[in-house]
Design a protein around this ligand. Sequence first.
Ligand code: NAP
Ligand code: 8YV
Length: 318
Amino acid sequence: MNKPELLLIGGATDVMLERMGAEFTLHKLNDINDFDAWAVEHGAKIEALATNGHDGVPSRIMEACPNLKVASAYGVGYDAIDTDACVARGIKVSHTPNVLNAEVANTVLMLMLAGFRNLLADEHHARSGEWESSGNAPLSRSPDGRVVGVLGMGRIGQEIAERLGVFGSEILYHTRSKKDLPYEYCDDLVAMAKRSDVLVCITPGGPATEKLVNKQVLEALGPDGMLINVARGSVVDEAALIEALQSGKLGSAGLDVFEKEPHIPNALKEMDNVVLLPHVGSATVETRAAMGKLTVDNLLQWKQDGSVLTPVPECAHL
Ligand code: NAP
Ligand code: 8YV
């Protein structure tokens, strides 16, 4: 029996490749040299797509593959996918919610600890020999008992709030609608930032959240405040962030995501009150295996009965 044809955008683990290859005829975008020639020969046969949060579903792929029926994304954030265009073409889009909540929350704790406890400077002090030549490192600050404002209180935000229990944090949150949760809701982001020692961003990206964290929010967080962004680079006004950090109007930052990934502005790289990560919030072997499994499970479910296990909300009715 003929297998349905699947186009893979970006990388996939060996396990994913093996599972997809057993049920689909695989085409790997990375291996295609002449896309136009490939599209003429194979485009109309492609029914399934495996993609990721960064590449999404490019319009040239939608056009080249007019019979696309399912797009399974490896990642929970799908701001790179034009869901309106997918719905208009009847393409079911799935993503990987929940399986990465704990890891992204761990990343927030790691950035918060690194920031308060001067991890990078102290590590340098030990490794460089400065401890022997110049004596003890300066004191750091404790992460305990801080007020943490969480911008976005969904699946990951709630896991962050729960895990911050180990630091005895007081949790405030800002979202568009109040949740039935044991944390204080703030309907005004600037007011929440003013009360917070740390502001953690964990909303989706896209136009609704673009530059939500602006100059006013950053200045409200203040000279002792810490910004942690594990959401999307677009959520924070990066130019305003650099200005606030340079001028001392904002104390410090821990950043996993940036406006133009993988580019990180030199101004941020040069600051020692900033901890930088290359978008690795979910990037452990264990969590990526779970994300890969769900990505393929969605494709196999679609092959079985035309549905997907974890559709993005915009496609749930399809
Ligand atoms: P989720 O369950 O959908 O939660 C999103 C939260 O953001 C909700 O509480 C939502 O509440 C709030 N929100 C949405 N738009 C908002 C707005 N305009 N203003 C204020 N709050 C808003 O999503 P999730 O699973 O927690 O994931 C969140 C995001 O984390 C993903 O979309 C992705 O961008 C990012 N992420 C990053 C990494 C990484 O590696 N760094 C890994 C995974 C996920 P309301 O609807 O009530 O506003
Ligand atoms: C991944 C993420 O880096 O799930 C998300 O939204 O940002 C990360 O888990 C990415 O999506 C991998 O494709």
